[in-house]
Design a protein around this ligand. Structure first.
Ligand code: ARG
Length: 567
């Protein structure tokens, strides 16, 4: 347990409150002369029915201090704690050593399942930059929740349903053949669809409808072609997922629910929630300030929302999730509010566990993307470009580097992920090459470079990170300087940053903490000599280095970013 948690536990015993509640009340005093941690006693006044200064004084007296706390001083309505520098350093560094790369992890999610619906690409379309955020954020959340002991289920809710698939098969039958689709891949499919929309007459539209009907009815030939188109799309996108190191636990998309939404509709009817409206069937939501949620079209076909309700039911039944997250752009806010409300109206209290995790739009070097204008950036091309550019920078900076290709991939892909994840997700992202790939400033390469720097210090000293972390012969007074203390404070706060990122579904919280740690370490590195004549002081410095290296690596990995040892 870190110092704050220990203090909170002690205080909780005296006050008779939850330790976590107390821990949340802790503040950081405005300057170090006033202490390192402060407990404002104003909120306690109501519970304990005493004036805040009296409470602070009483607590100061009764409290038995954890080892790392030197003094508790009552000052007005505040109880200020002064940490014992050396002991605090030792406690923090030993905590990192004890868990190594698992430092910050916990088992608070044990026994709980989190479904994460992310990336969720559309079949027979090419994946573009618009799918970057859902993929990056979803993957980071998967890692963060897993790190905290939750069982995660990553679901790629494929967009594989709709009349366009009838059109595609019709176009394929008329104008193409197996060989040229196999050869042309996803582009050939997109081309067929565009051609259909340009050239289709009444007769072809009829054929397309008939083909779609066959897909609905599980006709063998139609299903074979449909599944093959899906394969081609997934094969294409697998290059992206391989680069990012992403795997999904389920690819059950919209078509998976083609025989499952009917029972949802029956239930809605039975519960008298469904009403006719202009030929369609809807659930009225005016009491909740929302337009009606359409669930059946005039022709009795399902819509996006119908399949999402069926999917939520299926996931609840199959995974019994604690939470089901949907990492989807804010443009779909209304859709999520609507169908989640419908599930609530059906009487399912777990509707509250369906959580839309929205994010902003991505533009590219100042230009919004539009398929129509043709200025579209495909995700695979973006990543491949990033790798080439990272390779060029490495060639310049460090031409002798071994295994340059691997490092270029780690840096290029890392730069893109970092850039997307560094701001709170609701903000729009404008992607610029030079900003993403810079080695200075708050960027992926900067943090990776700091990690490599810590590795090289250790390499120079000839001790491995693990040995440095576990070295008992340390003179911690060597770290009694403000630069080292700042590093220690950030190491100490890392587990809380991971918790907060999880709590808010905001990967940027961990990433920002990791950047602050990298910056603090660099200030330490430039101000102090790490390897000196004093052996035990050197050991303390190296232990700090190893702890920083370890925690930066973890912080990056929670964002899906790798940390090369050399770059
Ligand atoms: N395929 C959709 C799109 O690209 C996203 C699906 C999100 N997931 C969901 N369960 N609705 O816009």
């Amino acid at each position: 347990m870190d110092t704050k948690a220990l203090l909170a536990k002690e205080l909780a015993g005296i006050i008779g409150m939850e330790a976590q509640e107390i821990e949340n009340m802790f503040e950081t005093p405005p300057n170090r002369e006033m202490g390192d941690i402060a407990l404002p006693c104003f909120k306690l006044a109501r519970v304990l029915r005493k004036a805040p200064p009296a409470i602070a004084a009483e607590l100061a007296q009764k409290l038995s201090l954890p080892e790392a706390v030197r003094e508790a001083r009552a000052e007005g309505g505040y109880l200020n704690f002064f940490l014992d520098g050396n002991k605090r350093v030792r406690t923090v560094l030993e905590a990192v050593a004890a868990k190594n790369e698992a430092y910050g992890s916990s088992d608070k999610g044990a026994g709980k399942t989190i479904c994460i619906d992310y990336s969720s690409i559309n079949i027979a379309k090419r994946c573009h930059i618009g799918h970057l955020s859902t993929t990056a954020i979803g993957n980071a959340l998967y890692k963060i929740y897993s790190f905290l002991g939750y069982e995660c289920v990553g679901i790629n809710h494929l967009g594989d349903w709709g009349t366009q698939f009838g059109k595609l098969i019709c176009a394929y039958k008329l104008w193409s053949n197996r060989e040229s689709i196999e050869k042309g891949g996803i582009d050939a499919l997109v081309e067929l669809y565009v051609r259909f929309n340009n050239e289709a007459d009444e007769e072809m539209e009829n054929q397309a409808r008939a083909w779609f009907k066959k897909i609905e009815d599980d006709d063998a030939e139609a299903m074979e072609i449909f599944n093959w188109f899906k394969d081609i799309t997934l094969r294409d996108v697998s290059r992206i997922y391989d680069l990012l190191g992403i795997k999904f636990d389920s690819y059950n998309g919209e078509s998976f629910y083609k025989d499952k939404w009917q029972s949802v509709v029956a239930e809605l009817k039975e519960k008298e929630l469904l009403v006719p409206s202009e030929g369609a069937q809807v659930v009225m939501l005016e009491d909740y300030n929302m337009p009606p949620c359409i669930l059946l079209k005039n022709d009795g076909a399902s819509v996006y929302a119908t399949r999402d309700i069926a999917a939520a039911m299926y996931r609840k039944k199959t995974y019994d999730f604690h939470k089901c997250l949907y990492v989807v752009a804010y443009q779909q806010n209304l859709h999520f509010r609507q169908f989640i409300k419908v599930i609530e109206l059906m009487g399912y209290d777990w509707a509250k566990d369906l959580i839309h995790v929205p994010f902003g739009m991505v533009s590219f070097e100042g230009q919004t993307l539009s398929t129509r204008k043709g200025n579209i950036v495909y995700l695979d091309e973006l990543l491949e470009r990033a790798i080439v550019k990272a390779g060029e920078i490495i060639d310049q900076k460090n031409p002798e580097l071994p295994d340059k290709e691997t490092v270029a991939r780690q840096v290029g892909v890392g730069a893109v992920l970092f850039y997307d994840l560094y701001n709170s997700r609701i903000k729009d992202v404008d992607f610029w090459w030079d900003r993403a790939l810079a080695f200075e400033g708050e960027t992926g390469p900067y943090v990776q470079y700091t990690h490599a720097r810590a590795c090289s210090v250790l390499a120079k000293s000839g001790v491995s990170a693990t040995d440095a972390l576990n070295n008992a012969d340390c003179d911690y007074s060597a770290l009694d300087n403000s630069e080292a203390q700042e590093v220690i404070a950030l190491l100490e706060g890392f587990p809380q940053a991971v918790d907060a990122a999880c709590e808010k579904n905001e990967p940027c919280v961990v990433l920002r903490h990791t950047v602050a740690l990298a910056q603090a370490f660099n200030r330490f590195y430039f101000e102090h000599r790490i390897i000196t004549e004093d052996g035990n002081a050197t050991n303390a410095n190296l232990k700090l280095c190893a702890a920083v290296k370890t925690v930066i690596k973890t912080g990056l990995s929670l964002a899906g970013i790798e940390a090369p040892n050399k770059m």
